[in-house]
Design a protein around this ligand. Structure first.
Ligand SMILES: Cc1cc2nc3c(=O)[nH]c(=O)nc-3n(C[C@H](O)[C@H](O)[C@H](O)COP(=O)(O)O)c2cc1C
Length: 327
């Protein structure tokens, strides 16, 4: 067990969540000062150059400075926390139940809202930018796109948060919105998929919007009930190790339908909690591994450790680049 894991399981996981939320940012910032030079294994995805193929999924980076911290900690790819038009406080606490190898959250997309983000974002030229958004009406989606377009390379559309009153969106409504959004922006569009739908439904959904999206992010948390949550209907989203099999089932089908990364670029997330799993997802399913729960439970150097592991596999296999896996 690493020093951080010991610290997490014995102290952090028993501390009040307000304290953890409050000190998580400063702790991560301080850790980033000691991270050293990020490990470079450059990959190009649809014309965008990322400094390595390991990343963080949406949920933690609720400000531009946190996005920079995570890059400094060695993640080549970082997705912003989902931004909504209005600022949101999120659901009542407790909204994070911490298990041994999993989390259940009912955060409900707390975020500072569109206006705050627009006045705090600046266009980074070091790393491509991925912004996650969620609207409730086509007017809201349009407003988010119009206001954020000049700050991003990729929009990730979050149709799949189980912790909102409105919940996971209806598939036919989602199709219409994707197609409407594609007609108002020329930015790359990525879809965040929900495991609430069956693999077949998700594949049908992808097929029906394929020409209007660049790629998919799979998967969001799995909806579950938990009595400890403060949410009135006790509904939350499960993440971490137990959902890895859901990710793998979907990836198997996706890759039997869309064989290569170029056929369908995929950011894969869900229970990737070791460097070995990340490598397997990358090489076997031609998908870019992203993590969230592993970062929260195993600490800020997860990305660096994994990039180093990727380098060691490259040495073992005598490879100078990983680009061929995602072509
Ligand atoms: C505390 C927490 C907050 C999250 N917030 C978001 C979010 O704002 N937007 C989103 O698309 N997914 C969000 N997610 C889902 C993650 O991006 C990811 O899809 C999910 O946790 C599965 O990956 P993991 O097992 O590596 O955590 C959140 C997950 C957690 C645990």
């Amino acid at each position: 067990m690493s020093v951080y894991s010991f610290f997490y399981h014995n102290i952090v996981s028993h501390s009040p969540e307000t304290l953890v939320e409050r000190f998580g940012g400063p702790f991560t910032r301080m850790s980033s000062w000691f991270a050293g030079k990020p490990i470079e294994i450059p990959v190009v995805i649809d014309g965008l150059k990322f400094f390595n193929p390991i990343g963080m999924s949406s949920g933690w980076t609720d400000s531009p400075s946190k996005i920079d911290d995570i890059h400094r900690l060695g993640a080549g790819i970082v997705t912003s926390k989902t931004i909504t038009v209005e600022a949101r406080d999120g659901n009542p606490r407790p909204r994070l139940v911490r298990g041994k190898n999993q989390l259940i959250n009912s955060m409900g997309l707390p975020n500072k809202g569109l206006k705050w983000w627009v006045s705090n974002l600046s266009r980074s030229h070091d790393n491509p930018s991925i912004i996650s958004i969620r609207g409730e009406t086509i007017n809201e989606w349009t407003e988010l796109i119009n206001e954020l377009e000049s700050f991003t390379d990729i929009f990730e559309l979050n149709f799949s948060c189980p912790n909102l009153h409105e919940g996971v969106m209806d598939l036919s409504e989602s199709k219409k919105i994707v197609n409407d959004i594609a007609s108002i922006t020329d930015k790359r569009i990525w879809l965040k998929l929900s495991p609430e739908y069956s693999v077949t439904d998700n594949i049908n959904f992808i097929n029906s919007v394929r020409e209007n999206i660049t790629g998919i992010t799979a998967i969001n948390t799995v909806p579950v009930r938990n009595e400890e949550l403060g949410h009135p209907n006790k509904q939350g989203g499960l993440s971490g190790d137990p959902i890895h099999r859901d990710l793998v089932s979907l990836l198997k089908e996706v890759r039997s339908e869309y064989g290569t990364f170029t056929d369908l670029p995929v950011f894969a997330v869900g229970g990737i909690n070791s460097s070995e799993r990340a490598w397997n997802i990358f090489t076997e399913y031609k998908s870019i591994p992203l993590v969230l729960t592993a970062f929260l439970m195993q600490g800020p150097y997860f990305f660096r450790r994994t990039a180093r592991y990727f380098q060691s596999k490259m040495n073992e296999l005598n490879l100078t680049s990983l680009q061929s896996f995602i072509e």
